[in-house]
Design a protein around this ligand. Structure first.
Ligand code: COA
Length: 175
């Protein structure tokens, strides 16, 4: 599996992969159906237009097969949350591996690449936000040594969604 940085030309592909990963991850009762339906392919396209624009300072990676099929992606950047950005200046913004490619070490490889980038930016501690009902992802972050540093409820289209923040005070342990 080849790991590379995403570029503006990947817009259509990555929007479609994100839409699929979104449906696969949250449809089995993890998020209300209305919230899931709200994020259409077009909304993901608009979101990635912003992510991939040259003014965006985050680091966006993907994994692809030898034939150029994107199977996973992850984004890393500065933590802008005033509540914990001093202790945890970096953030894992998102990580998704398409279902049929999970459990093959792709997530771990994306994390390692992202951690190298964060450390090159002197962002040596990081957080990630995760929907509390996404139990599998919570267990994954715990497996990687993350601990819960914050819990809150966020409003999504009138639904109150439990969200956890996991933190790693020293990301060098993840490499
Ligand atoms: C969570 C996710 C990113 C993990 O990626 P992956 O490629 O399947 O994971 P890897 O194969 O790299 O696994 C790395 C390690 O984590 C472990 N692991 C994988 N999934 C796990 C889980 N759900 N719970 C606990 N441990 C897990 C593996 O056993 C492996 O352990 P080891 O390296 O110590 O032997 C992937 O399953 C995914 O995309 N899930 C759906 C999307 C999602 O929920 N994203 C997070 C949104 S916040």
């Amino acid at each position: 599996m080849h790991i590379r940085e995403l570029k503006p030309e990947d817009l259509e592909l990555i929007a479609a992969v994100h839409h699929k990963a979104w449906l696969d991850t949250y449809s089995s009762g993890v998020l209300p159906q209305k919230v899931i339906n709200f994020m259409t392919l077009d909304k993901w396209r608009k979101s990635w237009e912003k992510n991939l624009c040259p003014c965006n300072q985050d680091f966006h990676l993907c994994a692809e097969t030898p034939r150029g099929r994107i199977t996973a992606f992850a984004s890393f950047g500065a933590n802008l949350d005033p509540a914990n950005c001093r202790e945890y200046p970096g953030r894992l913004l998102r990580i998704y591996v398409l279902r049929e490619f999970q459990g093959q070490g792709i997530g771990r490889t994306l994390i390692k690449n992202g951690i190298s980038w964060l450390m090159s930016q002197q962002l040596n501690a990081m957080t990630v936000h995760v929907v509390e009902a996404n139990i599998s992802a919570c267990r994954y972050y715990e497996h990687l040594g993350g601990t819960i540093i914050y819990r809150c409820n966020v409003d999504r289209l009138g639904y109150s969604i439990g969200e956890l923040t996991y933190g790693w005070p020293d990301i060098s342990s993840l490499i």
